[in-house]
Design a protein around this ligand. Structure first.
Ligand SMILES: O=P(O)(O)OC[C@H]1O[C@H](OP(=O)(O)OP(=O)(O)O)[C@H](O)[C@@H]1O
Length: 225
């Protein structure tokens, strides 16, 4: 596994962003692991996260002019990522508000101005895709503002069948795959569930995670794509 994948999992477990146990998800599934990027809550942690995203973006060779982070968790992420990227490429960033502001500058976009967004290739930065709602909304916001969505980068791809997926067993698709297909944009992730399995199998996290391995593999078998 790649060093930055290992580094990311290490950081995520250190900060309880990635936890193992039994968690009920929005989909109703009981997951043996849980990811909460809100726990990257120190300056150094968010700086490192920004660097790891930045490395993934550079590796992907995706071409873009501007970064967009959906509220709320996308906001500190897009800020940290654009700061980390600035050593290679200094670009503008923007984010949205969940509620429209009706005074002052108004509107629901912060950062790059309406004029600056028009015709720009925009890369979306978020923590995780579950059903894909946040990304679809982000694409709508970007297109409405005259920008061109060119891709999505997230921390983790759970590699599991979308909760709205009604296709038969042979056609299981994940929310990530649905986004790539329906919106026709690539989705990059720093790690996938497979990377987490590989990390534990490789003994990188020590003995403490091995107890969860079978449950994670089972979850992957039942809900995986
Ligand atoms: O693919 P989806 O089903 O949309 O789920 C993923 C989204 O859900 C979370 O945001 P949410 O708006 O729930 O919370 P936040 O305000 O904490 O970012 C997360 O940060 C993603 O943006």
């Amino acid at each position: 596994m790649k060093e930055f994948e290992k580094g990311f999992i290490e950081l995520a477990t250190d900060f309880n962003v990635l936890r193992f146990g039994e968690f009920k998800l929005k989909s109703g599934r009981i997951s043996p692991y849980f990811f909460n990027a809100g726990q990257f809550n120190t300056g150094k942690a968010i700086k490192t996260v920004g660097q790891l995203y930045s490395q993934k973006i550079l590796d992907s060779k995706v071409e873009f002019d501007l970064l967009f982070g959906p509220a709320y968790k996308g906001i500190p992420l897009v800020t940290a990522v654009s700061s980390a990227l600035s050593d290679h490429k200094d670009c503008q960033f923007m984010y949205d508000r969940k509620e429209v502001k009706d005074h002052g500058e108004g509107g629901n976009l912060v950062g790059a101005t309406a004029e600056e967004i028009k015709g720009k290739r925009i890369l979306i930065v978020d923590d995780v895709i579950t059903a894909g709602t946040a990304i679809k909304q982000s694409v709508d916001v970007i297109v409405k503002a005259g920008g061109i969505p060119v891709g999505v980068v997230v921390a983790i791809d759970r590699q599991e069948v979308g909760s709205n997926n009604s296709a038969g067993e042979q056609e299981r698709t994940s929310a990530v795959m649905d986004i790539q297909k329906t919106l026709n944009i690539p989705v990059y992730s720093i790690v996938k569930l497979d990377s987490i399995i590989e990390y534990i199998e490789g003994g990188y996290g020590g003995e403490k995670y091995v107890a969860y391995l079978e449950k994670i593999r089972e979850y992957r078998r039942v809900f995986g794509v």
